[in-house]
Write a protein that binds this ligand. Structure first.
Ligand SMILES: *Cc1c(COP(=O)(O)O)cnc(C)c1O
Length: 402
């Protein structure tokens, strides 16, 4: 008697995945180093002395990367958004006033999460392509008197950098307001000093700046933040994201849920490579690669989306020339050149990631060539040799940082 639901006909992965992998140069996930890929292929027990040693090192390395002495480094099985939700759900209680700086899609997601946590949310809108200024934020802080402030360091969706983060965090922190910072795309690509800047929760994912795999993320909480959690009137609704339960695993070796051991091992290797490179050298490499790519894009004859000092280096936004179909350009890049970049959320821009392994000279040449050549095929007028030569010239001046 055959089953009512018949057996499906499927292809093995070997027929779906190309022999030559596509180079992922979009807004994440990003290519991973071999050590990370190998670690991700292992499964170990989530409890016991081996895992304890791994967790201990992950926390030590994360403290360096987050620049914090806090013991509250917590992992979460989930995407960057789960780390965002873990921060918001634990630090926000129903009825709390929360101020959210919104300059794009991801900062707006933090506001939405705070609303779902029952907060009385005030959104401080920031004009598209601009960063929030300390003067503006001071005004809103005084007017709203929030218990929690949320913002992103880099708004991946439209490539804006909140460059005044240190001053803004200080303003909030001095007023006793907790500061939640989403650093999913920026962590380890540019400076972020959790303790020195007075930040209470730093959120990161695996698949962007850290060049690890998607699905395992980290949150760092300050002492002040953890005290606020211990003093909650009601327990955190989301059991899996409960910071107290997560802390029991991450700091006391007690069972919470079965940790994603492969992903934690991958994260261990990604963090180890950051430590080996050092933050100073890693930031310099990202700056050199991103600014050289930007110089190459402009020399192609294209305009960058964000002007001046609000421009993010971790993800580069490019204005699509009028009469050119951005999706057709991306399709040509993938099919003919095997390079993938990102479109955007409704904006007429293309985005190229400069996170972790994406910031390597050989990847820049391949990507800029694929972009210029595909734009040409789609009817745009671009100076391809000019762009390539500007990239080469800029990289040469930054040679020591590569
Ligand atoms: C990618 C990203 C997120 C979301 O991460 P997921 O892993 O997709 O959940 C959040 N914030 C920023 C700034 C991001 O770049």
């Amino acid at each position: 008697m055959p089953y009512a639901i018949p057996r499906p006909a499927v292809q093995p992965l070997s027929q779906i995945l190309p022999d030559e992998a596509v180079l992922m140069m979009g807004a994440g996930p990003v290519p991973i180093p071999q050590a990370v890929a190998h670690a991700n292929s292992l499964v170990i027990n989530h409890l016991g002395s081996t895992m304890a040693q791994v967790i201990d090192q992950v926390k030590k390395m994360a403290r360096y990367v987050f620049q914090t002495e806090s013991p509250y480094i917590l992992g979460v099985a989930g995407p960057g958004s789960a780390a965002m939700e873990m921060s918001v759900a634990n630090l926000v209680e129903a009825g709390d006033r929360v101020l959210c700086l919104v300059n794009g899609y991801f900062s707006g997601r933090l506001a939405e999460m705070a609303r779902r946590a029952g907060a009385d949310v005030t959104e401080c809108p920031v004009p598209l392509g601009e960063c929030a200024t300390p003067a503006l934020v001071a005004q809103w802080l005084d007017q709203v008197q929030p218990r929690v402030l949320t913002l992103v360091q880099g708004e991946t969706s439209n490539t804006t950098w909140n460059r005044h983060l240190p001053a803004i965090a200080r303003l909030a922190s001095d007023r006793g307001c907790l500061v939640i910072v989403d650093a999913v795309c920026t962590l380890s690509t540019m400076p972020l000093e959790m303790d020195a800047w007075g930040i209470d929760a730093v959120i990161t994912g695996g698949q962007k700046g850290l060049s690890s795999i998607p699905g395992v993320s980290l949150v760092a909480l300050s002492h002040r933040a953890f005290e606020r959690i211990l003093a909650r009137r009601a327990p955190t609704v989301q059991w899996c994201l409960d910071a107290k339960l997560a802390n029991a695993f991450w700091n006391e070796g007690k069972y919470h849920y079965t940790a994603p051991t492969s992903g934690v091992l991958a994260l261990h290797e990604a963090l180890r490579l950051v430590c080996e490179e050092t933050l100073e050298r890693r930031f310099a490499r990202h700056r050199a690669c991103s600014t050289s790519l930007q110089a190459g894009i402009e020399a192609l004859g294209l305009a960058l989306f964000v002007q001046g000092s609000a421009r993010l280096n971790s993800v580069v936004g490019i204005q699509v020339p009028e009469a050119v179909n951005a999706d057709a350009v991306r399709l040509a890049m993938t099919q003919r050149h095997r390079v993938e970049i990102s479109g955007s959320f409704g904006l007429p821009i293309l985005r190229i990631g400069q996170m972790g392994e994406q910031s390597r000279a050989h990847n820049l040449f391949r990507t800029l060539h694929a972009l210029g050549s595909s734009l040409k095929d789609c009817g745009a007028t671009v100076d391809l040799p000019g762009g390539m030569s500007a990239l080469e010239a800029s990289l040469a001046t930054h040679h020591a940082a590569l």
